[in-house]
Design a protein around this ligand. Structure first.
Ligand SMILES: [Zn+2]
Length: 413
């Protein structure tokens, strides 16, 4: 039987391909906590043991349960070592120990965990700049490690409860803040789209030790299954800021794809297209073979977030850090050319959805206007040149060059 080769087409959000939803991945919305799976395995094996068992069988079962426990904890040790090797996880790893230290009344001030944490901190302090001391998680013995992970899971559960309590408030305040701006046509999105997207987006709390949520300072938005994640570790401090940022991604314009089903030629389904988790664009980021304009997408997302929510002036760490260089670069891009470019040009393009049912020239007019305006204010294709420059250097370097002389970006090879 001959297989149909797959073909990808662009689709609108209101198209049958999107609504049919057949291959659209559904998120189970379950949060996976670091170490939880291993703890479940340990418990499941312990519970197999029963006093009514034949003594020999019970001895064997006990032996099995303890070897499974040892193996599961070995896996956690390895995962911790891997997690620690990523510098972005340092504060989350420290967080694991801080929880325990705070709960030292349970474990006693001299507990092995507190000791290990002290050694870990000393090693970090003594390490030369830009190097990372080896965190010898293998030295943390089984009982201590198990307590550490159980404490982490317990904390996650507490934060998850808090999250469920707070989420309706986040949602309501978001609507209250954004509606006047939609009514005044300040943002290129209508109320129908706002409501549809808000209803479709699933917001979950996630463990930063399991998923890389560092890019968005504690969050992530996935187009494929409309899931916005907020990191458990950052929830108390920045939950609403992260929520607002991720929901902004969810509301931003998209270019969606459908894929022709791969079925044999005799099937009725052979000419149908289904939604695929691939996408062509999210906001201002193009997600082709090579990803482009991520920095611009984040700069606009965070700028809009800050206009919408009081970004906690009492928490300067947040206001300084989150996409700082990206936002600076966006501001420079608006003012450094032959004439100023209004933020509205960026936000109109940001919220624009691709509609393949419209004539070609009407499909993404705001994007085209933005690109053309930047080319006119600087030089032809300047936005692309800037993106290349960032890829070769970084956002901070690009902002620095834009301060001095943008021609260097345009002439960069
Ligand atoms: Zn983001």
């Amino acid at each position: 039987m001959r297989k149909e080769s797959s073909r990808i087409i662009k689709i609108a959000e209101n198209s049958p391909e999107f609504r049919e939803n057949i291959y659209r991945p559904m998120s189970d919305q379950k949060s996976y906590v670091f170490g939880a799976m291993e703890m479940e395995i340990i418990e499941a094996n312990l519970s197999k043991n029963s006093l009514n068992m034949d003594p020999q069988l019970r001895a064997w079962q006990t032996h099995m349960a303890s070897s499974i426990r040892r193996e599961s904890l070995r896996k956690i040790r390895e995962d911790l070592t891997v997690a620690y090797s990523n510098p972005r996880n340092t504060r989350h790893i420290k967080g694991l120990f801080e929880d325990i230290s705070l709960a030292s009344s349970i474990f006693g001030g001299n507990s092995k965990i507190v000791q290990f944490y002290q050694q870990f901190k000393d090693a970090e302090r003594m390490a030369p700049a830009n190097t990372r001391p080896f965190a010898d998680f293998f030295k943390l013995e089984d009982d201590s490690l198990e307590s550490l992970i159980r404490q982490h899971i317990a904390r996650f559960e507490v934060t998850e409860k808090l999250f469920r309590k707070e989420l309706p408030g986040f949602h309501q305040r978001f609507i209250t803040r954004i509606k006047p701006r939609i009514k005044s046509s300040e943002l290129g999105i209508d109320e129908d789209t706002l409501e549809r997207r808000l209803a479709a987006t699933k917001v979950v709390i996630a463990d930063a030790l399991r998923a890389d949520l560092t890019a968005d300072a504690g969050g992530q938005y996935r187009v494929a299954d409309d899931v916005a994640s907020i990191s458990q570790q950052d929830f108390k401090r920045l939950g609403e800021e992260i929520y607002t940022h991720e929901i902004m991604h969810a509301l931003s314009g998209k270019t969606l794809y459908a894929e022709k089903s791969i079925v044999d030629e005799y099937s009725d389904e052979k000419n149908k297209y289904y939604y695929t988790n691939k996408y062509g664009r999210l906001g201002l980021m193009i997600n082709g073979k090579h990803e482009r304009f991520r920095w611009l997408n984040e700069a606009v997302t965070e700028t809009l977030t800050r206009e919408l929510i009081d970004t906690a002036p009492d928490r300067p760490q947040y206001s300084q850090v989150v996409y700082k260089s990206e936002r600076e670069l966006l501001e420079l891009l608006m003012i450094r050319g032959k004439y100023q470019i209004d933020l509205k040009l960026f936000t109109d393009a940001y919220f624009e959805n691709y509609d393949p049912t419209l004539p070609r020239e009407k499909r993404i007019p705001a994007w085209k206007t933005l690109y053309k305006t930047i080319s006119e204010a600087y030089s032809p294709g300047f936005l692309t040149e800037l993106d290349k420059y960032i890829k070769a250097k970084d956002v901070k370097a690009a902002a620095h060059t834009m301060q001095i002389d943008w021609h260097e970006v345009a002439n960069f090879k």
